[in-house]
Ligand binder design. Sequence first.
Ligand code: PRX
Length: 653
Amino acid sequence: MTEQSPALDNLLTESRTFPPNENFSAQANAKADLYAEADADREGFWAAQAERLSWDTKWSQVLDWTNAPFAKWFVGGKLNVAYNCVDRHVESGHGDQIAIHWVGEPGDSRDITYAELKDEVSKAANGLASIGVGAGDRVAIQCPMIPEAIVAMLACARIGALHSVVFGGFSPTALRSRVDDQEAKVVITSDGQYRRGKAAPMKVNVDEALEGAESVEKVLVIRRTGDEIPLIEGRDLWWHELVDGQSAEHTPEAFDSEHPLFILYTSGTTGKPKGILHTSGGYLTQAAYTHHNVFDHKAGEDVYWCTADIGWITGHSYIVYGPLANRTTQVVYEGTPNTPHEGRHWEIIQKYKVSIYYTAPTLIRTFMKWGNEIPQKYDISSLRVLGSVGEPINPEAWIWYRENIGAGQAPIVDTWWQTETGGIMISPLPGVTSTKPGSAQRALPGISAKIVDDQANEVGKGGGGYLVLDKPWPGMLRGIWGDEARFKETYWSRFAEQGYYFAGDGAKYDADGDIWLLGRVDDVMNVSGHRISTTEVESALVSHPTVAEAAVVGATDPTTGQGIVAFVILRGNAVDGGDAAVQELRNHVAKEIGPIAKPRQILVVQELPKTRSGKIMRRLLRDVAENRAVGDVTTLADSSVMDLISSGLKSGK
Ligand code: PRX
């Protein structure tokens, strides 16, 4: 297994625990006996969770795993996902409840009730149908965090079309490869977006991406910044022109429980992103169940805020599907946390009396850097549950979060899961679990996870190895879009005999048997909670005319978790490897993939360390990138290479 970063060592020496507060436990949604209940009858337990949803036709079988690893959950059941997230709340008399307190970055805001959301989604569904979008079609969405983006996702779900949301920060090249892979029929975007106090273009990037894209028939453009943009005759339509005049009546059709709901691309170990496929009944069941229990959400009472972007799985499951299925009132914020000032989040929490706040460790560490005095200026006493997701949270950040944001009271739920798992898998349950700073602790009731060694044997208390999921779960991915072989190879081949899902994460059990996540064991980096593959960045670098070869590693970074460090060999020694060249390469990567993939550092070297079979030894490069003594070099084809790299760096070459 890949050695673990030294920054994680102190995580494992952490021994503080925080038992739940009695008052909290008394009112908590989750009770300790859920674990035993689920263990006694897993399928019965999940069937009970599926009853949270409204089904048009009830399932005849909870799980069909006969064609593993292709699961079918709630077989024969039929439902409409959008109906479950919107209409049924209106029908049960909660049409006036606010669904979304939307906060725009420049200071504009909108409150949208469930009744209004139902009308908006119905109109959008009618609009999409009027341009020929139907069940099974793919709709790519690249939008800022505006209500229409959520409406568009729900409208797709309502008519059985698959949405595929592409994060707004991805480059035209990245968008194009995703559009082509899924053969999207329609693309939805906006004229521009507000980012860090400025209006930035969006539609022009989409135009660049779609040049010659054969599958795309229509591009729908939402007006956000009001910037002048060219519309391509016959292809482009304003969203408001298509949607506003539509009828607010739309009868939702019931789709099979296994009807595809969405595709979401994520990085794997190769350069080509994987289109993770999720389906309807099982996914929504897990999203709703976890949102209810992990966040202790009470419909009509809590105000919930998940700070993720809808371009990531967290935004799908914990802004759109889980919360809306549970009739949540939530804040959706468009912008960056320090626009126009570093207290923006606390100001929003104060204003809307947010009670549940779910964010990422990288942001918590950024808040720490900005200073304790900033949250202290606001009344954030409404907060009662705090969540963390995306990467291991270091104990210092955990304690800071608890003390400074949770007033030393609010339980913190450190939630481990992935794009592929669809919903939270490992997490404390607030009111039940004695929490430990830095540990995600235990698989949720109904979920089964193990840490195993190379031979698939479970390691004992205190032992470390690979995290596997040894039993199917309702929200699990149903495949990689158009690539069955890759699906089997990536997740199911490592422990094929046992039929375990290989998560790609290293983990350890502590003396109590609690799980501590230790980061990826493959070539996937985690930068600010975003997954980026080393190969993707390497391919972007070698696509630049000056680069002969590149090797990329994720080096420990105090704020972003990992930072991207690239080692490049330039073509011909004549090429200047100075600051300007390095800057140009950093920008090139940002242009090829997106700003999130911009390397923190690029080091120009003469050689790369390789094994005799030609594999780059990233472990040694990570040692250099993290400024520590270089480890064992005996398997290198040429063991002097590391000396050359280190001395070259010292002399500034
Ligand atoms: O390495 C794990 C890390 O993020 C990966 C999944 O990334 P993604 O599919 O983008 O989904 C992120 C949001 C669910 C995992 O393989 N990860 C996620 N949550 C945690 C985590 N690592 C440690 N602790 C977590 N709570």
